[in-house]
Design a protein around this ligand. Sequence first.
Ligand SMILES: *Cc1c(COP(=O)(O)O)cnc(C)c1O
Length: 441
Amino acid sequence: MSNSLAMRSMAHVWHPCTQMKLHEAQPPIAIARASGPWLYDVDGKRYLDAVSSWWVNLFGHSHPHIKAALADQLDRLDHVMLAGFTHAPVVELSERLGALTGLGHAFYGSDGASATEIALKMSAHFWRNSGRAGKSRFIGLAGGYHGETVGALAVTDIAIFREAYAPLVRLAATVPSPDARGAQAGESAADVAGRCAAALEAWLAEHHEQTAALIVEPLVQCAAGMAMHDPEYLRLVRALCDRYQVHLVVDEIATGFGRTGTMFAHQQAGIRPDFICLSKGLTGGTLPLSAVLTTDAVYQAFYDDEVARGFLHSHSYTGNPLACRAALATLEIFEQQDVLTRNVALARTVSDALAPLSTHPRVRHARHLGMIWAWDVETTLPDFARRYHHHAMARGALLRPIGRTVYAMPPYVLDAEAVHCLAQGALAALEATLAEEPRSP
Ligand SMILES: *Cc1c(COP(=O)(O)O)cnc(C)c1O
């Protein structure tokens, strides 16, 4: 029975990003199985996974190619520690990620937040090894999100995630976000990029001697509510980071693997970062795995006879063979099915179906990039997101707005029925939610 599983979960499972008391009114939904873009609950009701299970799923659930690769790997090697040992999946994955990005040294973790921590530690340690230990501070963007462990919170500028832990966090500097919605009268998105880069430059001019790295989510700040910016911003910050000798870390944890239309978002700006953080879609949404890719220059600064100059960071499951194999299978799907080209056509179909939402009189800043769509809703409801989510679920669509921003980030495998469910569900949920607004006198 669905209820008993939900009740047992509430008794013993502490759910993430959740005020557990809210589950008194609305218990968690027990999912029994999943296939393609669909989740099936224990009563057999299905939901379109229109947020790709928190942005991790790429090719639908239970994908046959990834499943077969995992079954094969399970027969060969489940796990071995990566210190002092290596194995084919981690070697092949590192080679392929290097070929895809031009950053040929891969260090592994299990979650996005640990990738952030690894990149920040590596950057500061690089400067220390280079005789510039004073360069140990970081810069992030307003509204940035890079995970929620204590180190990652330093560069995560989202109050509700950080406030309670403020005394624990060594806060990074925050520079203005190039969010194109912030355009002033007559400004283009590229103008906003230029203005925000100028603010970064002012900060760097004064503080570069203390600064190790700037971390950015390229093109889309997802957790901020799908805030999108012009690629020009990335070109400008690359030039500034070069001029002031500060590392550029691009956090592609959400934007990587085709989400923004290119394999990696920063590629649309034609830049080469010093570090790339990957996770989420890396394994197609099957297993936790993260990676930090970096350059020969960074790698060489650690390569030494002295042990302490090495990067001694570790996680028990670093480079887990099963997770690496799932990642390899994911990259194979990209190659074999020409996913990026097919997504262009799919995105056009989805955009057409979503047009009534984009032109809805209460929607502002309808925006789209690759396989991400977002709409800001003008509403007086303070709990808009919770109400909308409830109405969308009732219509078979898993959509979870961020504040007053409704967004869709579906897997890349939507057929006509799934597109219809998404478009109808998203629009009907909006109407149903707005109908609950108190009438103005
Ligand atoms: C989700 C996310 C993270 C954190 O990843 P976890 O696996 O949840 O720790 C970091 N950066 C970005 C851009 C993300 O979207």
